[in-house]
Write a protein that binds this ligand. Structure first.
Ligand code: NAD
Length: 264
């Protein structure tokens, strides 16, 4: 996990939740701030967690730490931009823990600083490939079995920057994260009839991911009405969408942004 300039409260030890106990969740991006926090919360709620990331060593360290709490969790290396690798991830997840009930897709890369039209073309392709295409490959890999079971939850992590942009970083990231929202709306429309619910969470700046420079930290602190407290609220939003509380929520984008973003 990348160190944050903001306070990162400890995840409180969870009590086993009847909602999620025994469910099988794939969480991507577990070597990172939000994915790691999501994995901890689902593990504490009694779910079986298939934890995936491209950074295998860092992933295994997080998984071992969570496993030491007695949790049911396995590490699966994956490159989400490669559909074959994603299919292999989901197959490995199924082999260990059976059919997948929930996907929380948090793996992504940040945009580089700068103006998109001044950066090399490859940055655009890379961000769209990982952040947008990767979200689709992950969703696609779990949809058929969820349709078959007539039950499933898919939660994709977007960003407030899909809706408000960013003055300092390439718009490739905003484009990819807006694409994730469009994908959620389109998938939700086609999957509700199968009782498979698809939603997005749009976090504000929570201090994980790429380290921020001093001016960015000052800007973020000044622009969030509520104090920035790390990834915990994002993980709790995922728990809500995955559990019985979220059983009538589909095609929504949940802003978890400390009041930075209002409305749609
Ligand atoms: N941190 C924030 O402030 C913030 C704000 C809004 C949205 N988000 C979104 O939340 C999600 C998680 O962000 P984070 O803060 O935990 O970032 P992070 O950088 O800490 O974690 C992202 C993880 O994704 C993994 N990853 C990158 N490319 C991959 C690939 N090709 N295959 C598999 N794994 C890959 C990385 O190894 C990393 O562990 C991302 O979708 C991000 O865009 C973050």
């Amino acid at each position: 996990m990348i160190s944050s300039p903001f306070p990162q409260p400890q995840v409180p030890p969870g009590t086993v939740s009847a909602d999620l106990a025994g469910k099988h969740v794939i969480v991507t991006g577990v070597a990172g701030g939000i994915g790691g926090c999501v994995a901890r919360h689902f593990a504490a709620a009694g779910a079986h967690v298939s934890a995936a990331d491209i950074r295998e060593q860092a992933l295994r360290a997080v998984v071992e730490d969570i496993k030491s709490t007695g949790a049911s969790i396995q590490a699966i290396p994956v490159d989400i931009s490669n559909p074959d690798s994603v299919r292999a991830m989901t197959d490995a997840a199924r082999t260990a823990f059976g059919p997948v009930d929930i996907l929380v897709h948090a793996a992504a890369i940040d945009a580089p600083r700068g103006l998109a039209w001044e950066l090399d073309d490859s940055h655009w392709q890379r961000i769209i490939n990982v952040d947008l295409n990767g979200s689709f490959w992950c969703a696609k890999s779990v949809i058929p079995e969820m349709i078959e079971k007539r039950q499933g939850r898919i939660i994709l992590i977007s960003s407030v920057s899909a809706k408000i942009g960013s003055a300092s970083t390439s718009c490739a990231y905003n484009a990819a994260k807006s694409g994730v929202i469009g994908m959620v709306i389109g998938l939700a429309k086609q999957l509700e009839q199968h009782n498979v619910l698809v939603n997005a969470v749009a976090p504000g700046s929570i201090g994980t991911g790429e380290p921020m420079i001093e001016e960015e930290i000052t800007f973020e602190v000044a622009n969030y009405p509520l104090p920035i407290v790390g990834p915990d609220p994002v993980a709790r939003a995922c728990l809500y969408l995955a559990g019985s509380g979220g059983s009538w929520t589909s095609g929504s984008v949940l802003n978890v942004s400390g009041g930075r973003l209002h409305g749609w």
